[in-house]
Design a protein. Structure first.
Length: 152
């Protein structure tokens, strides 16, 4: 009976995590790291519609996304074929850089016109504090490598 209850709890918990993750606006663009930007933008008083419109109306974003996807496909194909892929890797890195720069320009424009930027700064400080606490917990539980790298 306990096993069934544990499995059920695990499935429900993972399902909830999946629903929350899938519904987070940052995930709609396929960029998990931008979830914090969404949270900060909302804290700054920007609406979901304002954020979505800024990304949808940017004339360069769709091109940058397409270029990055194509460059990645070419790079992966080259790597898998065990060829010399220096050019493909460089092209992909440049496409990713252009895409990241375009996204950050959009975020910068949004925050520039945000009604409550001080609240976003407060939330950012709290998120950084939580990240620090999380890192400390990992170090206590797992221990740190010789250079403090938690991935070991």
């Amino acid at each position: 009976m306990i096993r069934k209850k544990s499995v059920y709890s695990m499935v429900v918990g993972l399902s909830l995590v999946g629903v929350v993750a899938a519904s987070a606006p940052g995930w709609a663009f396929g960029h998990r790291r931008e979830t914090n930007m969404w949270l900060l933008a909302r804290a700054a008083g920007l609406s979901r519609d304002q954020i979505v419109a800024a990304f949808r109306n940017d004339p360069n974003l769709k091109t940058d996304i397409t270029n990055a996807h194509k460059a990645r496909q070419a790079m992966v194909s080259c790597i898998v074929s065990a060829g010399s892929c220096t050019n493909q890797i460089s092209t992909y890195a440049n496409a990713q850089q252009a895409l990241t720069q375009e996204r950050m320009n959009i975020w910068q424009g949004l925050f520039k016109d945000a009604p409550n930027p001080k609240q976003a700064a407060t939330v950012l400080g709290e998120l950084q504090q939580l990240q620090s606490q999380r890192r400390q917990i990992y170090q206590q539980v797992i221990g740190s490598g010789s250079n403090g790298d938690l991935s070991k």
